[in-house]
Design a protein around this ligand. Structure first.
Ligand code: A2P
Length: 317
């Protein structure tokens, strides 16, 4: 299979998508265009990534040239933490659609289960969040209020499917207690250093599709020189030896490991060859032994700790 069927709508979500996190604005339109031309049919964006206008430009170019139709592409975006109040959530989702130049999202996610004080959309990270000017201010918006906004966005056809990101199990279970429209997708960090087995099992039970992000491992922290005792996943011997067996790259092995478990992946690449290579992961299989060896690398080691974004700690404390 190359898609996952979402439970409520029956919509098909591609297993391999293109992630827009860390794609620079200056290169975003070109990269989105190239990704669509290479065959990607899912674009994973977010208000937080700051490149939605450019992503929309790349999409428009591909549509104009007849490479894709709007309905062929599964477009995901996310609600940033400063827009959790009901009306603000509804307004910003519409605004994000305008930035993209489209009239619906295939999927809209709550980016983090944490609400932060409203700031103008252009000032996502005011200096005080970084501890330069006192503590940041949380708002008192419960997830339930935000979820009501998400449900109304689904009712209105603004978002065909709705879901959540960076939610852990207990808050997900709580959401199911009151959801009129159940979340269709959970997007979380997931790779062999952070296998999230119980969260994946819970999602299966609840009928939610899981999208893994940072599938190639927690690279940027390593680039920053932290956790230097943990080798990058791409160069881990277990990964490179399996790659050799299959004559594939380490990245393809890591992506295949996720896809083979029924998890969607959204790797980002600014490089033409890597962008193409990351799409070629549905035409080979890992043995049970190889899958087990990769899963055994788990050390619960994460790049993005949702709790670390809480204002009480300071952002990314
Ligand atoms: P680059 O854009 O230079 O290819 P994320 O996990 O957030 O999707 O980020 C993926 C990271 O891994 C990026 O830094 C990207 O850099 C790099 N990358 C993407 N594809 C590959 C690949 N096939 N092999 C090695 N590195 C890759």
């Amino acid at each position: 299979a190359t898609t996952i069927t979402l439970k409520r709508t029956g919509d098909k979500m591609p297993l391999v998508g293109f992630g827009l996190w860390k794609v620079q604005r200056s290169e975003c339109a070109d990269i989105v265009y190239k990704a669509l031309k290479a065959g990607y049919r899912l674009l994973d964006g977010a208000g937080d990534y700051g490149n939605e206008i450019e992503a929309g430009e790349g999409l428009a170019r591909a549509i104009k040239e007849g490479i894709v139709k709007r309905e062929d592409v599964f477009i995901t975006s996310k609600l940033w933490n400063t827009f959790h109040e009901k009306q603000r959530a509804k307004d910003i989702a519409r605004h994000q659609l305008e930035l993209w130049g489209i009239d619906y999202f295939d999927l809209y996610l709550i980016h983090f289960p944490i609400s932060l004080e409203y700031v103008e959309p252009s000032a996502k990270y005011p200096p005080e969040w970084w501890g330069l000017d006192g503590a940041p201010h949380p708002t008192k918006v419960p997830i339930q209020e935000t979820w009501t906004a998400m449900e109304e966005l689904a009712d209105e056809g603004i978002a065909k499917n709705i879901g959540v990101s960076n939610f852990q199990g207990s808050i997900l279970i709580d959401l199911f207690r009151y959801a009129r429209i159940e979340p269709q997708v959970l997007q979380v960090e997931l790779h062999p250093y952070l296998t999230q087995e119980s969260l994946v099992a819970l999602s299966k039970t609840l009928g939610i599709a899981v999208t893994a992000y940072s599938s190639l491992g927690p690279q940027s922290w390593l680039e920053l020189g932290m956790h230097t005792k943990t080798p990058g996943l791409l160069t881990h011997e277990t990964v490179t030896s399996i790659a050799k067996t299959h004559s594939r790259s380490s990245a393809q092995i890591l992506l295949r490991w996720a896809v083979q478990q029924g998890l969607a992946v959204i790797p980002k690449s600014s490089n033409d060859d890597r962008l193409k290579q990351n799409l070629q992961v549905t035409d080979f299989s890992l043995s049970e032994e190889e899958t087990k060896a990769l899963s055994a690398l788990n050390v619960n080691y994460r790049l993005n700790d949702p709790q670390a974004i809480h204002p009480a700690l300071g952002i990314f404390a």
